[in-house]
Design a protein around this ligand. Structure first.
Ligand code: HEC
Ligand code: HEC
Length: 220
């Protein structure tokens, strides 16, 4: 039988040294370093919500380059979860900033407004219902499959917007839709705790208008 060795002087000294090093490190922590606890309690910091204006792109002399740069800025709206949730590639909408599958698992139906037995309008009223946090608009429906944006690059979305085989809208109608459509406009007033789309619908519309005027060039 071997007797368990008790920690010798050497071991105790090492422990004491380690403790001293740790407490010194804590004491030396610069005062300017933010404490972890000062970060907001939410999972991720909110992205900057401003949208750059058309004037911010005036320094790009080449119209094609300027066109692409402005579309990329407008893309911060187009690819925002508020828009993408209704422009899925499947027959089901998604929900929240994490774009989770919609609960319950509703389907597109013939015209995007849901199954005849479970229409979108059963739950989605003409305006946001703050009581339950259910978003609303009179035209609440899924975008048609040929207008799907989820999982597509901004360049692909740009090209399909301009492709008459996939979009029934002329350039003028596209602009009108983006600037004035109140279903698009919902994304800036989404109700509940939802993150609104960046900037304002007017700023977004101005970028789209300037993009069209500079030849509607698409990113790669
Ligand atoms: C049974 C009720 C119900 C039906 C039917 C329903 N929804 Fe919803 N939907 C909700 C609720 C409740 C929320 C809010 C969930 C949340 O934000 O946590 C929601 C959220 C959404 C969102 C997320 C908005 C966002 O950006 O956060 C989209 C998009 C959506 N619904 C589309 C549809 C479409 C399209 C249909 C019809 C095909 C539909 N819903 C049918 C109850 C319903
Ligand atoms: C509640 C669902 C919903 C939301 C949210 C939504 N859309 Fe749509 N979107 C639709 C529907 C439905 C159509 C089809 C309209 C039509 O065919 O007249 C559409 C069509 C479009 C089109 C035409 C696309 C094409 O290829 O011609 C554009 C552009 C568009 N939406 C922009 C947006 C933008 C930008 C946002 C966010 C700021 C947004 N949408 C949010 C449902 C939605």
């Amino acid at each position: 039988m071997t007797r368990r060795r008790r920690p010798g002087c050497g071991t105790l000294a090492l422990i004491a040294l380690a403790l001293a090093v740790v407490s010194a490190a804590v004491a030396l922590r610069p005062a300017s370093l933010p404490e972890a606890t000062t970060l907001p309690a939410t999972e991720t910091p909110q992205p900057a919500l401003a949208l750059r204006s058309v004037a911010d792109f005036a320094s790009i002399a080449d119209p094609s380059e300027r066109s692409i740069a402005m579309f990329i800025e407008a893309g911060r709206v187009i690819q925002h979860p508020r828009c993408l949730n209704c422009h899925p590639r499947s027959d089901h909408p998604t929900q929240t900033d994490a774009m989770r599958p919609h609960l319950p698992a509703v389907v597109r139906g013939d015209d995007g407004s849901g199954d005849p037995l479970l229409q979108c309008s059963t739950c989605h009223n003409a305006s946001n219902f703050e009581g339950s946090g259910t978003p609303g608009n009179p035209k609440w429906a899924l975008a048609p499959a040929e207008m799907a944006w989820q999982g597509r690059s901004l360049g692909e979305i740009c090209r399909q917007l301009l492709d008459p085989a996939r979009s029934h809208m002329t350039r003028a109608e596209l602009l009108e839709h983006m600037v004035r459509d109140d279903l698009v406009g919902w994304a800036w007033h989404p109700g509940g705790t939802r993150t609104p789309a960046p900037g304002t619908q007017q700023q977004f519309g101005d970028l789209i208008e300037a993009w069209l005027e500079t030849g509607a060039q698409c990113p790669a």
